[in-house]
Design a protein around this ligand. Structure first.
Ligand SMILES: [Zn+2]
Length: 390
């Protein structure tokens, strides 16, 4: 009996998230439209809308006039002030904290420079910024769904995590989730940057209408966020999509992981910095806009064969609707790379236009932090929803 009860609870939480997500993607929907889009019964939709309406998460508006008989169609939207979440993005040089409301409006944003961040000092800084945020932003903190944290992966992989230049040194044994949960009393979710950026893309970006896509995140290294049938795929140990260490050039450039020819030795900020004569330990993504562009173009040339091969592999494995390229590299430079990818290699997606197969995603400093803030909202079993509904 207990098992079936749990299943029912999970089904309810899942259906609630499906309804919230459908409205978020479409702006406003009527009950009939919701039932059609979610494949839930009209009765289930009515129950969920009533429940979420009572909690103030959904707002009903003046009926649209429809001709003929039947109930007037009442448009339903999300109430932005009914729930909030916090996104934290930590990487080698910066710490970014944002607070967003349920519809994704940014209500607080703070960017700090942190060179090679160490756990003790960084966690203290995060706690201080959260306290400042609480003081400055006039929101109901009882409606805070939680905190999403994003740090570069991979997590806990011997050889891949402790040696590489792309993961954070000194954080291997730090339980960030437990530390922040204890400090704030909020649910905390930790994910790698590529997964989080993919979730952000589905919430705010070009993937709004895509159920299956691969998001290639160009950070210091390279990772992929994988969406299949509307669900993020994270793998057994949250390391799915570590495509940066996929060998695309056997015998090629030496990687910090010990392999030769890993994809991120060709396509990553690190690879671009090296090719453009910048110091990878101190360079920032924006510096690539200042370098001699013939050098940058030469780097693109060197990255293209490996990138095309990676896209071919990902398309053949996942048959996803699109490969989206985004991350921390400045937008004009990503446009340059994507503009020169063609012709792509043949794959199971060959019959689609190349502009559909590869698309440009959200880019820039805020991508991962906004995605992190979407984590607590995206979590269909978020216990805070239950608190809000009381
Ligand atoms: Zn490698």
């Amino acid at each position: 009996m207990r098992t079936s009860g749990t299943n029912l609870e999970h089904a309810r939480a899942h259906n609630r998230r499906v309804v919230i997500e459908a409205i978020r993607l479409n702006g406003e929907l009527t009950r009939a439209e919701l039932a059609r889009l979610t494949a839930l019964t009209p009765q289930t939709v009515s129950n969920i809308v009533a429940e979420l309406g009572q909690a103030g998460i959904l707002s009903s508006h003046a009926p649209r006039h429809i001709g003929g008989r039947g109930q007037p169609a009442v448009p339903i939207t999300l109430n932005p002030n009914s729930a909030y979440s916090i996104g934290i993005h930590l990487d080698h040089q910066t710490l970014l904290i944002v607070l967003v409301d349920l519809t994704g409006n940014v209500r607080f944003r703070r960017l700090c420079l942190v060179q090679k961040p160490q756990p003790g000092a960084t966690l203290a800084l995060i706690k201080q910024l959260l306290a400042e945020m609480k003081q400055q932003v006039p929101v109901d903190w009882g409606k805070m769904l939680g905190i999403g944290v994003v740090m570069p992966g991979p997590f806990g992989v011997e050889g891949l995590s402790s040696e590489g230049p792309t993961t954070l040194h000194g954080w291997e044994n730090v339980d960030v989730v437990a530390e922040l949960a204890a400090a704030t009393g909020l649910p905390v979710t930790l994910e790698n940057d590529a997964t989080v950026a993919a979730i952000g893309e589905r919430f705010h970006g070009v993937a709004k209408q895509l159920d299956s896509f691969i998001y290639l995140y160009i950070g210091t290294g390279l990772g992929a966020g994988i969406f299949t049938d509307g669900h993020i795929y994270t793998g057994h140990a949250h390391n799915a999509g570590e495509v940066g260490h996929m060998v695309v050039q056997p015998g090629g450039r030496l990687c910090s992981c010990g392999n030769h020819g890993c994809l991120e030795r060709y396509l990553s900020l690190q690879a671009a910095y090296e090719a453009c004569g910048l110091d990878p330990m101190t360079a920032m993504p924006g510096d690539l806009l200042q370098v001699d562009q013939t050098r940058f173009d030469r780097w693109i040339d060197s990255a293209l064969p490996a990138t095309r091969q990676a896209i071919n592999i990902l398309e053949c494995i996942f048959d996803a609707e699109a490969v989206i390229i985004g991350g921390q590299m400045p937008q004009p430079l990503v446009e340059k790379i994507v503009g020169r990818l063609h012709p792509l290699l043949r794959s199971v997606r060959s019959k689609y236009r190349e502009g559909h197969r590869v698309r440009i995603g959200l880019n820039g400093t805020d991508t991962a932090a906004l995605g992190a803030a979407a984590l607590p909202i995206f979590d269909e079993f978020n216990p805070q929803y239950e608190v809000l509904l009381k």
